[in-house]
Each structure stands twice: as structure tokens, then as C-alpha cells.
Design a protein around this ligand. Sequence first.
Ligand SMILES: C[S@@+](CC[C@H](N)C(=O)[O-])C[C@H]1O[C@@H](n2cnc3c(N)ncnc32)[C@H](O)[C@@H]1O
Length: 177
Amino acid sequence: MHHEISDHVRDLAVAIAPDARRIVDVGCGTGYLLRALAQGLPDAVDMVGIDAAPGMVGAAVAKVADPRIRFAVATAERLPLAGGFDLVVSSTSFDHWRDQRAGLSECARVLRPGGRLILCDIFSPLLAPTQVATRRRKARTPLRAANLVAESGFVDLEWHSVYAVIINAISARRPSG
Ligand SMILES: C[S@@+](CC[C@H](N)C(=O)[O-])C[C@H]1O[C@@H](n2cnc3c(N)ncnc32)[C@H](O)[C@@H]1O
């Protein structure tokens, strides 16, 4: 299922940011999405996978043979990257972030002006009751997620249905200039 979702996210990324050269995948797991993006985005020269779990990063490193792709153990809330990226993607990781607001601020920080964010996870009005039970007020409805993305400095927010009813993606842009 994660691969099928990642394939949708890859297609979205290719449609939204076809010229992306520098790409980050936050919560990359074993790196499937980055490997797919390496094929879909031929202009890509620097692709970085970030994951909080050393085991995931170890598996990702073992699977990759493309010199454009690198990985690091780190969290969304503290990305070990300077700015200048064209595209930040994240697939089925956001709901795990301890501090989603801090993570989104980091995504905005590492993007160049005009750079794109694609954030895919469980987002549905059907999940409103589950938000009440989450600690740290996780964003699981489109309304709450969109507010958080906008408050993190992004513009041009747009929703895309990805998988089943509850897996959706929001795309957004860091303002130019
Ligand atoms: C369900 S897996 C999805 C992995 C991958 N994106 C995929 O679609 O196969 C969620 C991933 O998010 C990572 N993760 C959880 N919290 C994180 C955080 N705060 N920062 C970065 N990665 C995180 C986990 O270690 C895990 O690899």
C-alpha cells in the first residue's frame, strides 16, 4: 500500500515540479519514493532522504545505487540541511511527527523561494473525531492541515486525492521573493 501511495506522490511531483533538481523526502522510510522520483525527474541532481529511524535509513542506503541520492538520520523538526531545495515531499510520515508545526517550518526553510511542498498522509473530515484523542493536536482533517501549512508560510494550497478516501495530498508553494 505504501508503494502504491508513493507512486501517486511521484506522479504528483512530476506534474507539479517537473524541473526539480534538488529534492528532499522527509520521513523517507526505505527510500522507495526517492528512487521512483529519480526516474521520474531526470533533471534531479541532489536527492536527500531524511528519516528519524536509523534502521530505515540503513535499509535505504543498502537499496540505493544512484549517486544522486543520499540519506541522513534526522527528524522533520530539525532538518540537517541548508536552503535551496526545489521540492520537499513527504508520504505517510507527517502523522508521526512529534511537532508538525515545527516540521512544516523546516520544510519551508529548506525550500528556495518558489519551491514546492507535497505532503501526503491521512487527511479526511472523517478523521475529525480521532484528532481529539491525539496528543499534540495532530492535523488529520484537510481544514486543520491546510491551516498549519498556510501558517508555516506556504501559499497556493491545493488538495489531491491519492488513495482510498482518507489518504490525500496537499501541495503548496513557498512564496517567491
Ligand atoms: C509509515 S512510514 C512511511 C515511510 C515512507 N515515506 C513510505 O512511504 O514508505 C513513516 C516514516 O516516518 C518516519 N518518521 C516518524 N517520525 C519522524 C520525524 N519526526 N521526522 C522524520 N521521520 C519521521 C518513520 O521513521 C518512518 O520511516
